[in-house]
Design a protein. Structure first.
Length: 330
């Protein structure tokens, strides 16, 4: 059942040990690891595994596996937190009342909660009793991108498994064999994706929104991004996008941050967490960064775009680090 999952060998072994435990399957799990690393897939396969009445292999055709594969299994219930939402107390209460009803297909009812790092304190508290003593037919799998945001009282009730970034060689192989990506490109994308399959897929779909997302994350982490990552990201931008549009997007983000810092909430693109980005810049460092953008923006960039973009990021990073150094943030 788990042969589909690349990497995570030790984690899967621990999980299988728990699921095959003759003394009983632990009822509550916490899968922790960065987004896109495969937690959801493992959770789904776990749900299939515990309800399988056949071979427990990937290609099993038992009744339970067949409806699970068709994503139609009434005993596999997923709670997905909306992108900019939270796992609310209402969702927790719904889960509780669903857990009171016995499964009508299969041995277990499996609840998968995606994005549990977005659970409110109230929602976490509402789940404590259920996690302590779930009905014998329930299995609950919490998925978190950020372990630090999970309450200790929750952690102590879970069988926790860590999902580390997948080795880039697995992502490279996956891109080559499943998506026929040329090997050099596959290797580059795998490195940039930092162990996340879903990030790798994002890097492949080179549309404007994707480029913005990559750019936004880069700006958010810029003060501690290494030279190597800055340079490879710039190469990626050059190979997949027009650098002039990337510069326009940088300008847009910076102007949104400026508006945000001035208390204006009508932003050009509010699908990004501009508030988080605004915390990375003081008004002074933001003005310096904007100055750099305008200063070189007017000159002839022909054939020098990649160079300009990388030196721009390096300079802005320098400005941000200098402020940390002089204690502006203290
Ligand atoms: Zn089966």
């Amino acid at each position: 059942m788990f042969s589909l999952i690349k990497g995570h060998t030790n984690t899967i072994e621990l999980l299988k040990g728990a699921l095959d435990n003759p003394e009983g399957v632990p009822p509550v799990y916490l899968f922790a690891g960065v987004s896109g690393v495969g937690k959801r897939l493992v959770a789904f396969q776990t749900a299939r595994y515990v309800n399988c009445t056949g071979t427990k292999m990937l290609d099993c055709g038992c009744k339970s596996c067949t409806i699970a594969k068709a994503k139609n299994h009434p005993g596999i219930i997923t709670y997905a937190v909306p992108k900019r939402g939270v796992f609310s107390v209402g969702m927790a209460r719904n889960l509780k009342s669903e857990s009171d009803k016995r499964p009508f297909i299969g041995k277990y009812k499996v609840f998968i909660i995606e994005g549990f790092h977005k659970a409110t304190g109230e929602a976490s508290n509402a789940l404590l009793k259920l996690l302590e003593e779930p009905p014998s037919y329930c299995i609950i799998i919490l998925l978190t991108d950020d372990l630090d945001r999970t309450m200790d009282t929750i952690l102590s009730r879970c069988f926790s498994l860590n999902f580390f970034g997948v080795d880039s060689k697995y992502i490279t192989e996956f891109l080559i064999s499943n998506l026929s990506i040329e090997s050099k490109k596959a290797g580059n994308i795998a490195k940039l994706a930092g162990g996340s399959f879903s990030k790798a897929m994002e890097f492949l779909s080179a549309d404007r929104h994707t480029s913005r997302k990559i750019l936004f994350e880069m700006l958010l982490r810029l003060s501690y991004t290494t030279d190597k990552t800055i340079l490879s990201t710039c190469t990626y931008f050059k190979e997949n996008f027009n650098i002039h549009t990337v510069l326009e997007d940088i300008l847009m983000f910076f102007l949104d941050v400026k508006k945000f810092q001035m208390g204006i909430r009508e932003l050009t693109d509010d699908s990004f967490d501009v508030e988080a980005l605004s915390l990375m810049f003081t008004p002074t460092s933001l003005d310096s960064a904007l100055g750099l953008l305008f200063y070189t923006g007017g000159s002839d960039l022909e054939n020098k775009e990649e160079l300009f973009l990388s030196s721009f990021f390096l300079d802005v990073r320098g400005i941000m680090r200098k402020e940390y150094l002089f204690g502006v943030f203290v």
